[in-house]
Design a protein around this ligand. Structure first.
Ligand SMILES: Cc1ncc(COP(=O)(O)O)c(C=O)c1O
Length: 451
């Protein structure tokens, strides 16, 4: 390397050390001095002094100045590195990132003292959604590759929510290495799609590979050869016709920014490498920022927390379980909802409407047993009349939720037509309706051989 300063640097700081040499000189203390060894617990004391270099202030400053000049970087030289993370970050961005309101904000600071930062995040997510033509954005992923991973997991959750078990993700052979890596980590088989000699995706080869086992097609636009894919709209339409989600690796978004938008090209998900397209600080290889944008159908699967705004107040929304809200939405026409949603983990219904027709929450719970479902919690919380508390896990498939909702709707209809069948329930269980208090207080759990 042609660095004269670097050549002058030929010693380690330890080799510059000379016993007794110091880089400081402090005024005498104006308070009584004490030996630190008498103040600290013995278990925290070293048995011998650390082997630190003993050097003058000049030694230290010159050592590190020489060292810094061995660095090859954008501050001093042209930096032709392609594709990878570090683009040029204007100094003003570095300055802004160091503003105390950002840099000194504790990650666990209360929302009330972080309103400015939350507002900024809320507006950033909104602006990115607009820029990309997407419906919602999560700022959670900390790098492009993490954005890809989050995007593929959202696609997986989406297919699962529809009861589909697709196993493959298609990736062009020109893709950045992180694309097949994040796809494989998400548990998918990666299938390579060959490019044509001119670098474009071979659309015929793609069409032949698309089938109902394919979860997604992940493609970089413009691609890693620096080309805009001219048949991209045709490609996204081909994929959608087979129920395949289309992911845009947005690492090169700067090239199309303000000209077109991933959402308008038909993409369902894209990530943004903010450290590439928007020059956000990304010193020394990290941390970066790889927000993901999605179309509305994937929004329920966005990584949390997202920043929400209620009036003038910004907040972190950690939980947005899908299944409880899905059940609540499906049942709200036939049962009263205890409090307006969206609910954060469980949904609470009230059977007060049914009670007027003589059917209680207990009756409904018993009838559910006949229809093949365990009963929800009843009469809790106490403040809700005829409460039915339902908390499905997020891993339940949509079909199961639908069967449960169908059963609940059937019971609501029976209430109006054939209530007797509910009062008699359960009819199909090994034991019929028990005296619940007796069963709880005097359970008959012993078995003895009959004489
Ligand atoms: C095309 C492409 N995709 C994905 C990535 C991954 O982004 P990150 O380095 O932020 O994880 C890069 C970055 O080098 C890239 O160039």
């Amino acid at each position: 390397m042609a660095h004269s300063a670097a050549a002058a640097y030929d010693k380690l700081i330890f080799e510059l050390s000379s016993p007794g040499r110091v880089a400081w000189s402090l005024a005498d203390a104006d308070v009584p001095e004490a030996d630190a060894r008498t103040l600290l617990p013995a278990k925290h004391l070293r048995s011998e002094a650390p082997a630190l270099p003993e050097v003058s202030e000049f030694d230290v400053v010159r050592h590190y100045s020489r060292l810094s000049r061995m660095n090859y970087g954008v501050d001093t030289h042209f930096y032709p590195l392609g594709s990878c993370t570090m683009k040029y970050n204007p100094r003003i961005n570095e300055d802004m990132a160091r503003l105390a309101g950002f840099a000194r904000l504790h990650p666990l600071a209360a929302e009330a003292v972080a309103q400015g930062a939350l507002q900024l995040m809320h507006e950033l997510a909104r602006d990115l959604a607009e820029i990309a033509g997407m419906d919602a954005v999560s700022l959670q992923p900390a790098a492009g590759a993490q954005g890809e991973f989050a995007g593929v997991l959202m696609i997986r959750a989406y297919h699962r929510s529809r009861g589909e078990k697709r196993t493959k993700v298609l990736v062009p052979d020109s893709a950045h290495g992180t694309n097949p890596a994040s796809t494989a980590i998400a548990g998918y088989e990666v299938v390579e799609v060959k490019s044509l000699a001119n670098g474009e995706v071979d659309v015929d080869a793609l069409a032949r590979t698309l089938d109902t086992d394919v979860a997604a097609f992940m493609i970089t636009v413009p691609n890693t050869l620096g080309m805009f894919e001219p048949r991209i709209v045709e490609i996204t339409e081909l994929c959608h016709a087979k129920g395949v989600q289309v992911y845009m690796d947005g690492a090169n978004l700067n090239a199309i920014l303000g000209i077109t938008r991933p959402g308008d090209l038909g993409f369902d998900v894209c990530h943004f490498n903010l450290h590439k397209t928007f020059t956000t600080p990304h010193g020394g290889g990290g941390p970066g920022a790889g927000p993901v944008g999605v179309k509305a159908h994937l929004e329920p699967f966005l990584p949390v927390p997202v920043v929400t705004k209620d009036g003038d107040v910004y907040a972190l929304d950690w939980k947005r379980p899908l299944n409880a809200n899905y059940i609540m939405k499906r049942l709200e026409k036939v049962y009263d909802i205890a409090v307006p949603g969206p609910c954060m983990h469980e949904c609470v219904l009230s059977a007060r409407r049914q009670k007027k027709l003589g059917v209680t929450a207990t009756d409904i719970a018993k009838r559910l047993l006949d229809l093949g479902f365990y009963a929800p919690s009843t009469y809790f919380p106490l403040i809700v009349e005829e409460a039915l508390m339902i908390e499905p896990t997020e891993t339940e498939a949509k079909e199961t939720l639908d069967q449960f909702c169908d059963a609940m709707i059937q019971i609501a209809l029976e209430t109006e037509t054939t209530a007797a069948v509910i009062h008699d329930a359960p009819l199909t269980t090994p034991v019929r309706r028990l005296d619940q208090t007796k069963a709880a207080r005097e359970p008959d759990l012993r078995w003895s051989r009959r004489p």
